[in-house]
Design a protein. Structure first.
Lengths: 256, 256
DNA sequence: TTCCACACAGAACAAATGTTCGCTTCTTAT
DNA sequence: ATAAGAAGCGAACATTTGTTCTGTGTGGAA
């Protein structure tokens, strides 16, 4: 006989048990005991409850801890089976709102983020925005100013940022310009450094540079930060004078 | 002697107990026992743990259930005391994404919303957007089209809506136009009905309308739905031909 | 010095709770 | 009809777990 153990979804009684565990937990804040499950599901024997719970555990619908009281936990598979929205850590992330993008306000570096309990406001987002391993690095800033209005970003909007070391051309980034004492939200672009004032044209016949000057004369990478508002002009600076804090991955706007 | 029972915040040891309960619950999915708390907090006697838990319960930091194992629950007061963001139902709402604003796609009426378990995607928002009693009525729609581009709303954005019977002039609303078979996102404005084709100018001397025609000739309210894109023209219709589904309270945009 | 509330302590006890034992019944395939 | 796995059952037991008892130590006010 083909073993009917091949059944891999809960029976009607097992489903009733799962639902009771869920509802009990929601109502009481802790899980029911074996006897409480039995009473609710009209199972007179604790060993029958235990048998069915072991089946549910084998199938991946619950987790138990050996010989611990009230230690039944429903898995996401169980919540899905019951048709219950899973609003746990795997579904949403709560991104700390840590400041704003404004003149004179530095953007916190990753190691300068405020401690957990100092974060007064969070921006909730669906967790599937980024792979799980990067979620903790997200942070949010409130936009001050209208430099990105043509990119449909308004003063007062909140942008959610992912720290990035090598932003791609065209990405919208938040950056801190320490020498300008300026935080800014702009489109990012790598550019060639501008020619020095005494440079001859590339087509001119010139001597090879002195090898000793090679390091001195290696062109430093530059970046252009491009606003999306014709009232502002792009900013062009050596890359090492621009601290890119992160690239924009989401925007939230409230209408009050 | 003034009773020192007047103390109303947890002692250092009691705070350590609260923190342990929280961390145990987060790690294990169920609460610790009296003995587990004692072991962690270097309390050799279960009666001392019990004594301190009774103090915490009196002060409102925990809830217990008589003679139930692992039934300690931290209150919001405790979470606040520990400096832990309270990510429960009072902090965030999860707004069902129920469709899109596009031609030919009706906007669900409040009594037509899909059942809880049919909702496949939710938009998380901070709960303080609307007073608590209205939160369950929020729903979200994805925008198709660019009619509101000058209001900084792009194709693909998600708007969160609050059902509203009497939208105010100037509010951005989602509306269903059944006779046009059109869902639309526009600024809302009440207007006087346009004059009928045989109407004389208001300055002309005309007889008072026949009282029996009063009801028949009462001007019907009209509305104008104003796009924020010069490529589109406002829509003007009798109010009863426009089903306003809700007014926009928030916008979410993802950058992928 | 005395008094008293608070905090602590070990031990014992009571109750809650999970596990095991030995068995029966049901269901389905052969 | 038979076999075998699944499901069920009451009872007993083991362990976990919360509560109570009786006492001590501490510190500050009277």
């Amino acid at each position: 006989m083909t073993p009917r153990r091949a059944r891999q979804t809960p029976s009607e009684r097992q489903t009733a048990m799962l639902r009771f565990v869920y509802e009990f937990q929601q109502t009481n804040g802790f899980a029911p005991s074996i006897r409480e499950i039995g009473a609710q599901c009209h199972i007179s024997s604790t060993s029958v409850v235990d048998y069915n719970l072991r089946r549910l555990e084998e199938m991946g619908y619950i987790e138990r801890s050996q010989e611990k009281s009230r230690a039944i936990r429903l898995t996401d598979k169980a919540l899905h089976w019951l048709g219950i929205a899973s609003e746990d850590a795997d579904t949403f992330v709560y991104v700390p709102l840590v400041g704003e993008i404004a003149a004179g306000v530095p953007i916190p570096q990753p190691d300068e983020m405020p401690p957990e309990q100092a974060i007064e406001e969070r921006v909730p987002l669906q967790a599937d925005i980024l792979p799980r391993y990067e979620r903790d690095r997200l942070f949010a800033l409130r936009v001050k100013g209208d430099s990105m209005i043509d990119a449909l970003v308004a003063d007062g909007d909140i942008v959610v940022l992912e720290p990035v070391d090598e932003p791609r051309n065209g990405e919208m980034v938040a950056a801190w310009l320490p020498e300008e004492n300026e935080a800014t939200l702009k489109y990012f672009q790598r550019i060639a450094p501008p020619p020095p004032a005494n440079a001859v044209h590339a087509s001119d016949d010139v001597a090879q540079p002195d090898p000793e000057d090679a390091l001195e004369n290696t062109p430093r990478p530059w970046v252009r930060l491009i606003p999306a508002n014709p009232r502002y002009v792009p900013i062009e600076l050596p890359a090492d004078k621009v601290q890119v804090a992160g690239r924009v991955v989401a925007l939230l706007r409230l209408y009050r």
